[in-house]
Design a protein around this ligand. Sequence first.
Ligand SMILES: C[S@@+](CC[C@H](N)C(=O)[O-])C[C@H]1O[C@@H](n2cnc3c(N)ncnc32)[C@H](O)[C@@H]1O
Length: 408
Amino acid sequence: MIERLAIDALGTQADGIGRGPGGLAFVPFSLPGETLDIERDGSRAAIERIVTASPERREPPCPHFGQCGGCELQHASEDLYRAFKRDVVSEAFRREGVSAEIGDLVPCPPASRRRAVFSAVRADTRVLFGFHEPASHRISQIETCLVVTPVIAKRLPLFRKLATLLIDRKRELRMTVTETLSGFDVAVDDAAKLTPALRQQAVKLALDPSIARLSVSGETIVEARSPQVTIDGLPVALPPGAFLQAVPAAEEEMARVALGHLAGLKSVADLFCGVGAFALRMARTQAVHAVEFDAPALAALDGARRGVSGLKPVTLERRDLIRRPVTAKELEKFGGVLFDPPRAGAEAQCVELAKSKVQRIAAVSCNPPTLARDATILIAGGYRLLSVTPIDQFLWSHHVEAVALFER
Ligand SMILES: C[S@@+](CC[C@H](N)C(=O)[O-])C[C@H]1O[C@@H](n2cnc3c(N)ncnc32)[C@H](O)[C@@H]1O
């Protein structure tokens, strides 16, 4: 049944929210101020017709927009888009009762994402390769993508071919593609069992000159060249499966804000350090203790810092920071701490930081609600929250990075 609805606001997942005769409705691809005819499925609804469009509505640049769930906000003006992302961050802090000064969004240019995770499924005789449809298990086939780097976009047919070869009968395949200086690092998960014949065909495809490495279910199948990235000009050999910030410009901006806050401190810790996006930069001027659970990532960081002279001392520690956070006592050695945890945040670590004497903390996060929760722990321990900078790394999606600066 068609229902008429006015959209009042954008929710944190980028859906328009309105209340119609059928109750509250969440409507993807709608904007505040619009009047719509919708068809609902419970509280979720699809636009049947836009009765009155918002003046902030614009033509989405990608032909797949609306079908492909990778992007949620191409139809909003630049001003509305930036305000939305900033609001996602401020709303997270508001919900935790933390008053925070939220800066303007640092924007993300199109065609800049060097890492993307594609999905593929069998659909009858075809294989669909692309991203999930909005809030769905179905995959929307894509021919182009305006978010990834042009080099990745150009080679979509090659990635589709690989996915079509390696796909399992029943499972959805995932393919992480990273553009590195030495070629693509392609990691396939949930693939079909690699029979000798399948392996041979995969090797043949992976010998394409654009591919540096192909790994399937964690096993390296072909490594023509070691995938290399640079961090602040230092070469880093990327291990298969290691975390890497998706957009180099966003990584630089996060580092600029976080390192600026910790500047002048002689000794700092980088917790959840990965391959060293922040540790290697800090080591130019400060002694760094870098802590991470993933051993190959730590080894990559170790290799990178050994390759250069003139860095300050870097010590490495493999540690599960969720189960065994660095204690307040251990933190006595550091004037400053940077932490950049997975989406779940750094709750246990913040409990220790709250008891510590660490002077300055820079918290980097891809998940504002857990960042805001962690902030409450630090504030209860006597820290002042000085600023929060939202940084766009996930263009046209509802996801946003933020860097929060604390001091005691
Ligand atoms: C958001 S990434 C940040 C990595 C790095 N700071 C960067 O910018 O590239 C989070 C990192 O936390 C690591 N990690 C996940 N769980 C962990 C745990 N329990 N203990 C320590 N590190 C963990 C991951 O391996 C990953 O490298």
